[in-house]
Design a protein around this ligand. Structure first.
Ligand SMILES: *Cc1c(COP(=O)(O)O)cnc(C)c1O
Length: 399
């Protein structure tokens, strides 16, 4: 008889976005004349940069000609042209990453979820609470226990290494989804030191690095001394260049990152290459050419314009909350604003008030973990007009 992976039975339903959709749909059915402003889901709204579109069109044409047609890519790790472009980008961020340490993927979510394959089941796995659900779910599917570190108002929703508690694998996301907080260089150095002391591996999600404006906040963990011996970094063009529907990201596993096993030093990059070689066949050539264009001078200029729009929205949101005297994190260095629900309301109670009274849809913080209760997330991935309108309505609700 077939046996299932019973870990799935112990997992909660993907309750958050289902419940939001349920409440939004019920509201729309009852009030079809009302226009909702959606600031809930973390999806970009501005179109691709023109140079990216041109590059993909050209690549599509190449695919239609015998001489330039491409089939399977050798190894499926990404074409050299793109790995070199990403390495060049890292150089600009002040991080030293070799093209051979980079693997191209179909977005960061896949690698964030799949990386569990190369680690054993008895590791002490650490992550913050609140947390991006992928890290927790992928470990629960493998039946692994998770130690949650509190991110809360006291630590600015940026948990620091715990004293006297050992971790083997540590998930960090900076700038953070959902809280918008970002680690400074000094804070990240503490994490790197903790990982080196504990012989732990940090899995560092830098999906929002392009939103960083504060010079004291590093855009890659490899800006920190020692990180190449303890950290895997995952990044994506989804938020940087509007690739949520195109699908392209990259994972860095430095050659220096080794773990002792069976009496010898094993390179994690070798294990990951072996894993990907068996289960992944690479990213579309057309998409990789589009991604390459992001890293050109023009591509950077055009994609930065879109990011600037979101950043201005985020600033508008932050200014509104400051005026209203509401505590928040994010807004700078992040497209997210994470704020305390007014008058001690719970996350879902406030969600309903926002929906019913001002027709703005956000995300209840409670959906991201225990410490999210009483907090709320809004995104800046919207038009200026909608953002301004939503903030005016929020002001009436919170006064
Ligand atoms: C959006 C997001 C990503 C990127 O996901 P893709 O699969 O690349 O679209 C990664 N990590 C976090 C925390 C995110 O919010």
């Amino acid at each position: 008889m077939t046996q299932i992976n019973e870990n799935f039975l112990a997992m909660e339903k993907n309750y958050l976005f289902i419940e939001i959709a349920k409440r939004v749909n019920a509201y729309r059915a009852a009030h079809p004349e009302k226009e909702l402003i959606r600031m809930g889901i973390g999806d970009v709204t501005l179109p691709l940069a023109p140079v990216v579109v041109e590059a993909m069109k050209k690549a599509a044409d190449e695919m239609g000609v015998r001489e330039t047609f491409r089939g399977y890519e050798d190894r499926g790790a990404g074409y050299d042209f793109l790995r070199e472009a990403v390495a060049g980008y890292y150089k600009g961020l002040g991080a030293d990453v070799l093209p051979g340490e980079i693997r191209i993927n179909d977005g960061a979510k896949s690698d964030c979820g799949n990386i569990t394959d190369i680690f054993g089941n008895d590791n002490a796995i650490m992550m913050t609470d609140p947390v991006y659900p992928v890290y927790a779910d992928s470990n629960k599917m493998a039946g692994r226990k998770i130690v949650y570190l509190d991110s809360n108002e006291e630590n600015g929703f940026a948990a620091m290494p715990p004293v006297g508690i050992h971790g083997d694998i540590i998930y960090l996301c900076s700038p953070n989804n959902p809280t918008g907080s970002a680690y400074t260089k000094a804070q990240l150095k503490e994490w790197v030191d903790y990982a080196l002391e504990n012989e732990a591996v940090i899995i560092y999600d830098s999906a929002y690095e392009a939103f960083i404006t504060d010079p004291d906040v590093p855009r890659s963990i490899y800006c920190i001394e020692g990180a190449k011996r303890c950290a895997i970094e995952m990044c994506s063009l989804s938020k940087t260049a509007g690739f949520t529907g195109v699908r392209c990201g990259y994972t860095v596993i430095p050659h220096e990152l080794t773990v002792t096993a069976a009496g010898r030093q094993v390179r994690l990059s070798d294990l990951w290459a072996r894993r990907q070689g068996s289960k992944f066949n690479g990213v579309s050539y057309i998409v990789q050419r589009g991604a390459e264009a992001v890293f050109t001078e023009k591509g950077q200029q055009q994609t930065r314009e879109n990011i600037a729009c979101y950043q201005q929205n985020a600033r508008l949101m932050a200014d509104t909350l400051t005026q209203l005297g509401i505590a928040f994190t994010g807004g700078t260095n992040s497209p997210y604003i994470w704020f305390r629900c007014p008058r001690g309301m719970g996350s879902w109670e406030f969600f309903d008030r926002m929906l019913n009274e001002i027709q703005v849809v956000g995300t209840p913080g409670a959906g991201f973990g225990r410490n999210g209760e009483g907090w709320f997330r809004l995104t800046s991935f919207n038009t200026r007009e909608n953002t301004r309108e939503a903030m005016e309505r929020l002001a009436t609700l919170c006064r």
